[in-house]
Design a protein around this ligand. Structure first.
Ligand code: SAH
Length: 389
């Protein structure tokens, strides 16, 4: 998925779209959240075919799930499957086509009605049961052999939908069951990007415009608003300089070694394991260039489980690519100003990602870093907070 918020230009909602704003719940697991607010902010976007179509048109995503299912039919033939967040019903239908005996397709939004129509039109009414409701609230008549779900948000964890998959797993997966996907990883790497200068210019432009506005308001309407300069500047700074950006990077914008900041075994990970991600990583700079910031992306793997491995392991990666990329793109965390770096320099970063207190589906990232030149010289350390919105 990946659709609420900061998606590519022209995208109304972002990859799995969460609108910003309060979600309540103070960053805890989904159970503590105000469901009405969560529905208004998060689920509502998934009720649009427009949005489902965006995900259904992402060929990297589609090919990975398609191959994972059809090249591992042994996991599906005659088995019971739970599709967490079925959306249009696509993964449920593929599971049925691969020979599943029964598929429970759970969807929180009214998209369930379209899924039901699609299931009927494809003659799988006897196999697939579409259930409208929250995964956390509904009940199944039996435990299942497979849980399949496309739960990944921007930079993997945005949207916190994996919480719902964990809840489904702990309640409904047989002890011998398999997870599709089975593993996930988050990656970070240093990058160069023209966006760093662009966003600084945008911020300065917004402040220049503010000063003209102050002058106008004072002269035309007799009120001095300059007391609001500081809060306006903070608001604009957050928007232009402290919010991570959706971007489809070219691989040659990655200027140093990429590092894994989190690995998830979908069979065993708990909500506590993912509510905060902390990691230290080092990257060696590959060329003489400017360090403009960092990029984050993820991959997931379909490996089955150790005792019952996939016949064919499939990978879905959202790493920078020369092809069209995915609707997830990458998240870009810009440093201002950019720093000149040389081949062989090392950048050491302590990475921390936590859930926003106002909305548990949004994230905050702190990058605490320092640059060690190959000569041994240490440059000024940096510490920066970003909002993943
Ligand atoms: N499986 C579909 C849709 C993926 S998008 C596909 O691969 O194309 C994720 C879907 O999960 C959305 O439609 C969203 O409404 C649904 N969803 C997210 N959390 C859920 C929950 N806790 N219970 C039920 N549905 C959920």
């Amino acid at each position: 998925m990946g659709s609420f918020g900061n998606g590519p230009a022209g995208d109304r909602t972002g990859p799995h779209g969460i609108g910003g704003g309060g979600g309540g719940g103070g960053g805890g697991p989904a159970a503590a959240v105000d469901k009405g607010v969560d529905f208004a902010n998060y689920f509502c976007t998934y009720a649009f075919l427009y949005h489902q179509k965006e995900m259904l048109s992402d060929r990297v995503r589609m090919d990975a799930y398609y191959n994972a299912i059809f090249q591992n039919k042994n996991h599906f033939l005659g088995k019971t499957v739970l599709d967490v967040g079925t959306g249009s019903g696509i993964l449920a239908i593929w599971s049925a086509q691969a020979g599943a005996r029964k598929v429970y397709a759970v969807e929180a939004t009214k998209m369930s009605e379209h899924a039901r129509a699609l299931v009927k039109a494809n003659n799988f009414e006897d196999v697939i049961e579409v259930i409208e409701g929250s995964m956390e609230d509904i009940s199944l008549p039996e435990k299942v052999d497979v849980i399949i779900s496309e739960w990944m948000g921007y930079f993997l964890l945005r949207e916190s939908m994996f919480d719902s998959v964990i809840c489904a797993r702990d309640r409904w997966l047989k002890p011998t069951g398999v997870m599709y996907p089975s593993h996930a990883r988050m990656w970070m790497a240093p990058i160069r990007s023209g966006l760093a200068d662009q966003k600084s210019n945008d911020f300065e432009g917004a402040m220049d415009d503010w000063h003209c506005f102050l002058e106008d308001t004072r002269i035309s309407y007799g009120v001095d608003m300059s007391i609001l300069t500081k809060p306006f500047s903070e608001e604009q700074k957050k928007w232009y300089l402290q919010t991570s950006l959706w971007n489809n990077l070219h691989p040659n914008q990655v200027i140093g070694t990429a590092a894994t900041v989190k690995e998830i075994d979908c069979l065993t990970t708990t909500v506590d394991d993912i509510a905060e991600v902390r990691s230290n990583f080092s990257s060696i700079i590959k060329c003489n260039t400017r360090l403009c910031g960092f990029s984050g992306w993820f991959d997931v793997h379909f490996r089955g489980r150790m005792e019952d491995p996939a016949q064919k392991e499939i990978e879905l990666t959202t790493a920078p690519s020369v092809d069209n990329g995915t609707h997830w793109g990458q998240q870009v965390f810009l440093l201002n100003p950019a720093v000149a770096v040389s081949e062989g320099d090392e950048v050491d970063v302590s990475f921390a990602m936590t859930r926003s207190k106002e909305n548990h589906r949004l994230m905050e990232v702190v990058l605490d870093g320092r640059l060690k030149q190959s000569s041994g010289n240490l440059l000024q350390p940096f510490r920066k907070l970003f909002y993943v919105e």
